[in-house]
Design a protein around this ligand. Sequence first.
Ligand code: KQY
Length: 366
Amino acid sequence: MANKLQSTPRADGFRMPGEFEAHKGCWMIWPERTDNWRNGGKPAQKAFVEVAEAIAKYEEVTMCVSQTQYMAAKEMLSSNIRVVEMSNDDAWMRDVGPTFVVNDQGDVRGVDWRFNAWGGLVDGLYFPWDKDDQVAKKVCEIENIDYYSLESFVLEGGSIHSDGDGTAIVTEACLLDESRNPDLSKEEIENTLKEYLNVDKVLWLPNGIYLDETNEHVDNIVHYCAPGVLTLAWTDDETDPQYPLSKAAFDYLSNEKDAKGRTLEIHKIHIPDEVLITKEESEGVDSVDGTLPREEGDRQAASYANFYIANNAVILPLFGDEKHDNQAQETLQKIFPDRDIVGIYAREIILGGGNIHCITQQQPLG
Ligand code: KQY
């Protein structure tokens, strides 16, 4: 039985662990929205299968699938991947799933934030989003995990990173956007994070990745690899619109210390060459009023920082840019010498507006 709790993780001694800590498994959602995924979602489904199968070599994977697609997903996934039927509005488990928290006794609980499709009626990416907003609670119920539920605080899992050791990192562009919690001050938002992630310090990057449709989620520009150790999406091209955003993040992080007083070790990972939507890709997406158009030539917010850390592995998006794909793999192998670095060609995922980190949510071992 999963109970809705009235207290907070901080009051109860629970904290959000780092993604690099041990996992029980990983949760995903099957893509099928034809106004977000081209060609009826088929190419994206193949990419999601590749990601799920890669992660399943290292930890349990559960795929949540609508009733309509349930049998098709079962057919495409190996039998070691658990498939559960769950309604959804789209496929971004990082953002709609629970943020799991753990205590020192090994208990695991969930945090169920309010979800408004990355901006509600201000600049949300679809309407309605009520099914997505139910996903976190349903995951906790399936796992018999008690959960904290925030009735009005809007937040997506991709807009926070935790080092598991007292520090969280976010972007001002996303968390202070008028489409999330316009009635709260920066201090009130920070205090909510401190209470529900159980951190003592929040690092505020000004921005994320250029043209990121989530209002610049932190998980697309940086990733905690260990306490005090971060990757940062970078470009050496000073004429690229990403340059000032990454430079500002680098300067900020270089001059900050984390909650434990550490200077941060920052590993720059160069972004891939521009990923632009082709005519064929654009034509494959249903054009629906109220959702973001996918026009030929549109630049995608492609970044290697959007990787997923699994038990003993890192699942890394690749973009078919040999030079930068290789550099990203090499940098991550140095940071994670004991983990396999598994690259997956992720163009079909970035065409939907996010990447491998955005479509996964780790459940800690506790
Ligand atoms: O990047 C993410 N965390 C989600 C992106 C959502 C895009 C919807 N089109």
